[in-house]
Design a protein around this ligand. Structure first.
Ligand SMILES: Nc1nc2c(ncn2[C@@H]2O[C@H](COP(=O)(O)OP(=O)(O)OP(=O)(O)O)[C@@H](O)[C@H]2O)c(=O)[nH]1
Ligand SMILES: [Mg+2]
Length: 195
């Protein structure tokens, strides 16, 4: 089991999906969020769900709600709330819409992490995967600045920080669902793979 907390980011607008992707049915689960929570709870001692409102979910879990005073749709809000709630130096962040990021990938990231860096993040041939990696508290003030400066690009933050990137050559497990077509692809992948 991994001792570092895991935070599933599930508070987005899903504007490209057209409906809340965190609530889409997945595998035998009522929602993608519950699917992710259940499978990640097998590897992590503590799993949290970063969201706007825990009432959107009908299963019990540890929820971290964004500050309601922050009228913003961007992971920045979730990162700030997570740092405020957790008392650890770091946490593993994963987007709710990436259900195929497996234990081997997570283990590689956790083992490659180092307290001296700001972040340890997955990279694929398609580029950096900012919502798959470990973030350290040394970035908390930077997230606060992002909020104040209204610049929510995680890529920009990571480029200017001490970021350790770990390359994975197979992009399949990093499939993330932005559009309805990606959801269809993910459902297909569930059927044809061991995931
Ligand atoms: N807690 C929290 N998570 C967020 C917020 N905005 C985005 N996220 C999460 O960050 C992850 C990556 O964001 P996107 O893939 O762009 O998802 P999205 O923002 O819901 O979708 P689009 O509106 O289509 O961009 C998703 O898992 C979202 O749930 C937010 O304001 N709060
Ligand atoms: Mg978005």
């Amino acid at each position: 089991m991994f001792d570092i907390p895991c935070v599933i980011f599930a508070g987005g607008k899903s504007s490209r999906m057209g409906e809340d992707k965190a609530l889409l049915p997945f595998a035998s689960y009522k929602t993608l969020t519950e699917y992710q929570y259940t499978r990640l709870s097998k590897f992590f001692t503590n799993v949290y769900i970063s969201c706007k409102n825990s009432k959107n979910f009908d299963f019990s879990a540890q929820f971290i709600e964004d500050n309601k005073a922050v009228k913003l749709f961007a992971p920045t809000a979730g990162f700030l709330a997570a740092f405020k709630t957790l008392n650890t130096d770091a946490f593993f962040a994963l987007s709710v819409d990436a259900p195929f990021v497996d234990e081997i990938i997570i283990s590689k990231l956790i083992h490659a992490d180092d307290p001296a860096v700001d972040a340890t993040i997955a990279r694929t041939p398609e580029g950096l995967q900012p919502l798959c990696g470990i973030y350290h508290r040394s970035l908390e003030n930077e997230f606060q600045k992002m909020l104040e400066e209204e610049n929510h690009k995680l890529g920009y933050l990571l480029k200017n920080a001490h970021t350790n990137t770990i390359t994975f050559h197979d992009t399949t497990p990093f499939l993330n669902m932005n559009h309805p077509d990606d959801y269809k692809k993910a459902l297909q992948l569930l059927k044809t793979s061991n995931y």
